[in-house]
Ligand binder design. Structure first.
Ligand code: ADP
Ligand code: ASP
Ligand code: MG
Length: 420
């Protein structure tokens, strides 16, 4: 017997009967090569989007507990169907919900965090020579309710299971051939990156590269899980996420990432009282809203009111408004929002030791007549908030300016006309 492998298939990779059967064949091939296999599946195609739309047709702000109950069904369908396909191929397979697989989470519905993985049942099934299929994106909370892990959460299910059963590798099968120097749907000449360090991948996922959910990368780094992100449609190797010490070359810039899912909140007339910024941030944190960039304008004179702006994921805007309503009322703060913001970022471990990257980013965007609204930096990232409509042009211009397209370019298999 070789090792244990976790294989995760995303929504596009199981979208129709033919693709689901192809995933089943790949799982079986891995088993026949002598591995124990746990496969994590996502909901088919756009099922999760349809379920959310269905809920909103019934209730504009669906009860989060019930929404999770509904959303968890998408991944269950995929697993049950795939188990049928594998059984027909002459192998034994069982499908498990996240709860049956022992994924225990906190109680934050729709973006729960995994607290523990009690993988006894999986281990037992593997010992009995079964292939185990686990419904991604879901768990059971400490209060025994069904939870989901946030969009893209099946990646985190896969990594958490790989850590719990000490798998040799967590393979993330998706609709592109790996992690690229930019989203290949926006930049067709983007280059496939054979390896990416955890440090860079964390920044990439955090700034919009949805190919791996941010939490899956955090979890993998904390638990020493090897991630191999690769195509579900072809056999070539994809991208391996490795520790910093394993990276050989350190280019100045590794990738350009983007997001069109940003909203900006501006609070006008924030009183110049000590502790008020803390109260605002605490109210948002208690509502589970992640603040990204923050800018506070100095009050014009001592004691005068200031303006504060910050960005949040657009999907959190309703929660952000609700969290701040009482404080806005108490201090007569005016709350304005801009829902059509985007963000473009350049990431590269090499920029730590090279000045001039920011200058090049700002100049490039300037030449495209793109106005920068907010800026944030880390030692290996520069992010600019810009208008959402200008994001594709900004990504393409930065990718060209830093010469990221290379001879190793591998084009993705599916047409990219869908994007913007
Ligand atoms: P899955 O359903 O398999 O989980 P996702 O849609 O979540 O797939 O993630 C894959 C998508 O991520 C790709 O189709 C691609 O458009 C997008 N993506 C964004 N940034 C990148 C990047 N830097 N490299 C590769 N893919 C990226
Ligand atoms: N089905 C979920 C989503 O669409 C989880 C996942 O695909 O990872 O976000
Ligand atoms: Mg995904």
């Amino acid at each position: 017997m070789n090792g244990t492998v976790v294989m995760k298939f995303g929504g596009t990779s199981v979208a129709d009967a033919e693709r689901l059967k192809r995933a089943a064949q790949r799982i079986v091939a891995k088993r026949e090569a002598g591995n124990r296999v746990v496969a994590v599946l996502s909901a088919r195609g756009k099922t999760t989007d349809f379920l959310i739309a269905e809920a909103q047709e019934i209730s504009p702000q669906p009860d989060p507990r019930e929404l999770d109950m509904l959303l968890s069904t998408g991944e269950r369908q995929s697993c049950a169907l795939c188990a049928m396909a594998i059984n027909d191929l002459g192998h034994r397979a069982i499908s498990l919900t996240g709860s049956q697989a022992g994924i225990v989470t906190d109680t934050s519905h729709t973006k729960a965090r995994i607290l523990d993985v009690r993988a006894d049942r999986i281990r037992h099934a593997l010992e009995e020579d079964s292939i185990v299929l686990v419904a991604g994106f879901q768990g059971v909370s400490t209060t025994k309710d069904i939870t989901t892990l946030g969009r893209g959460g099946s990646d985190t299910t896969a990594v958490a299971l790989a850590a719990a059963i000490e798998a040799d590798v967590c393979e993330i099968y998706t609709d592109v051939a790996g992690v690229f120097s930019a989203d290949p749907r926006v930049v067709p000449e983007a280059r496939k990156l054979p390896v990416v360090s955890f440090e860079e991948m964390l920044e990439m996922s955090a700034s919009g590269a949805g190919v791996l959910q941010l939490r899956s990368v955090e979890y993998a780094r904390n638990h020493g899980v090897r991630i191999h992100c690769r195509s579900s449609f072809e056999d070539a190797p994809g991208t391996v996420i490795v520790g910093e010490e394993e990276t050989v070359e350190r280019p100045l810039i590794t990738a350009v990432t983007h997001s069109t899912e940003e909203a900006r909140v501006t609070l006008k007339g924030v009183p110049d009282t000590p502790g008020i910024a803390g109260r605002i941030a605490t109210a948002l944190a208690e509502a589970n809203v992640n603040i990204d960039m923050i800018i506070q304008n100095e009050p014009v004179s001592e004691g005068a009111a200031a303006h504060m702006s910050f960005t949040v994921p657009r999907s959190d805007l309703v929660d952000a408004r609700a969290a701040l309503a009482a404080m806005c009322e108490e201090f007569a703060i005016e709350l304005a929002t801009d829902e059509a913001m985007g963000k473009v970022s350049v990431i590269g471990a090499g920029m730590k030791s090279h000045p001039g990257v920011a200058a090049k980013v700002f100049t490039t965007l300037g030449e495209e007549a793109i106005n920068i609204e907010m800026i944030a930096t880390s030692p290996i990232k520069i992010s600019c908030v810009i208008s959402g409509a200008q994001v594709p042009d900004a990504v393409r211009a930065l990718h060209a300016a830093f010469e990221l397209a290379g001879p190793g370019t591998i084009r993705p298999e599916r047409p990219f006309g869908e994007f913007v």
